[in-house]
Design a protein around this ligand. Structure first.
Ligand SMILES: *Cc1c(COP(=O)(O)O)cnc(C)c1O
Length: 420
């Protein structure tokens, strides 16, 4: 069997993360658990740094992809910034030591509480998504006697050719301000005294495998930047969002950060603005896997089921997007079967794979759901009153628990004081 990537490899039929056998972690930590390769994350960060090194660029990791505090500390240690979408993410980013001047904040529904918090923290920029939000930020900044730095998130109306639920730059989507209304939005913002206009933002979608929609989007936004210049509105930052795809299937060939750099830098350069990029999935996705144990196997009519101890509460992507995740046995077997690999949750959508050819795994065997580092643990829940999984960080031959498995007591703490 081929290795899925250079960080998850087989040695003598056993699957390793870096130099640690996954079986060893499973025996120590129990299952299910998420495991991340620190080297994979840092290699990816360095690929981005290298790709954009000849142009002033701030990399802002999209926290929603994986918001584990230790992951954010890796982000901080590598001197890059973050893109946040909530007050909670701001709190965690600050806890991890990420400086406010490297934080940008997007989202269509920022509450007054969240806006006040971010104004107080003096973040680099609010990526504003409506006229009303401009007005509210101005008022909050005034009350706090601060100036809030803003960019406007424009919706360039391009199709990123990805899953409809993660296409965010089409006109009909809820995100951003229509590019045709953007001039008006900037004019309006320029009249608000407590705002400082610093940039323009767009984000067209996620898991983008074909780079050409970026060109289309960035060209459209560059036109806007020139129009703004004519009106005397000068910007500093051109934020192109995130969205680069990753390998989910062995045959997937996602674009390299260098391809993104090569296509966007020449356009952004003409505007003279500094670049901001917001990769999420592509920084962390392939660095992580979800490891589970087989609880039971069973046959029904002509179907074979492998039932594992993690489910859609741990990894929602197959149920939510019908997403494909490659699945590898932690210890290889000689025989193969075709199976549905399913979780224990009381929903038919609770599967990781349907009709998948896989090693003939038995009760007690372990398997790894690959490319689960992004939108895995961060989208997990306690559905079916299941404690959330542990998370483990591997570096070379060492591993550390970076999130303890929740226990039953933890699950009732927020409800304990309820009265009937
Ligand atoms: C989700 C999101 C990102 C990150 O997207 P990826 O596909 O994970 O790279 C970046 N910017 C904004 C505004 C987002 O909402």
């Amino acid at each position: 069997m081929e290795n899925f990537n250079e960080y998850f490899r087989y040695k003598d039929g056993k699957l390793y993360c870096e130099e640690v056998p996954l079986e060893k972690i499973a025996e120590k930590v129990g299952t299910p658990f998420y495991v991340y390769s620190k080297t994979a994350i840092e290699d990816k960060i360095n690929q981005y740094k290298e790709a954009f090194k000849d142009y002033p660029t701030l990399i802002c990791y999209a926290v929603k992809a994986n918001s584990n505090l230790s992951i954010l500390k890796i982000i901080e240690k590598n001197d890059i910034g973050v893109d946040i979408v909530s007050g909670g993410e701001l709190f965690k980013a600050r806890e991890a030591g990420i400086p406010p001047n490297k934080i940008v904040y997007a989202g269509v529904g920022k509450t007054d509480f969240e806006l006040s918090y971010a104004v107080r923290e003096e973040i680099l920029a609010f990526n504003v998504e409506s006229f009303q939000e401009l007005e509210v930020i101005d008022k909050i900044a005034k009350d706090r006697k601060k100036k809030a730095r803003i960019s406007i998130r424009v919706n360039p109306d391009v199709n990123p050719k990805t899953h409809p639920y993660i296409s965010t730059g089409l006109r009909a989507s809820k995100f951003g301000i229509d590019i045709n209304e953007a001039l008006d939005a900037y004019r309006y913002a320029s009249k608000l005294e407590n705002l400082e206009i610093v940039g323009v933002h767009c984000h067209i979608g996620s898991q983008i495998m074909d780079i050409s929609p970026y060109k289309e989007a960035v060209e459209k936004v560059a036109e806007l930047v020139f129009d703004l210049k004519k009106e005397g509105i000068e910007l500093q930052y051109f934020d192109i969002g995130g969205g680069l795809g990753i390998k989910y299937k062995p045959e997937d060939k996602p674009p390299h950060p260098k391809e993104l750099a090569d296509i966007v830098i020449p356009i952004v350069k003409q505007t003279g603005l500094k670049l901001i990029i917001e990769p999420g999935r592509s920084l962390i996705g392939e660095a992580g896997a979800l490891v589970s144990q087989v609880i039971f196997t069973k046959n029904k009519k002509d179907k074979h089921f492998i039932i594992v101890d993690s489910g859609m509460n741990d990894l929602l992507r197959p149920a939510m997007y019908n997403a494909y995740h490659h699945i590898l046995p932690v210890n290889k077997k000689d025989k193969k079967v075709v199976a549905d690999i399913v979780g224990p949750i009381c929903e038919t959508g609770d599967f990781f794979a349907l009709d998948r050819e896989i090693d003939d795994l038995q009760r007690g065997d372990y398997l790894a759901v690959m490319s689960a580092g992004a939108y895995g643990s961060s989208m997990s829940s306690n559905y079916n009153v299941r404690p959330r999984a542990a998370e483990v960080l591997v570096e070379k031959d060492k591993f550390n628990i970076i999130r303890e498995r929740e226990d039953y007591n933890y699950l009732i703490i927020p409800e304990e004081k309820g009265e009937i």
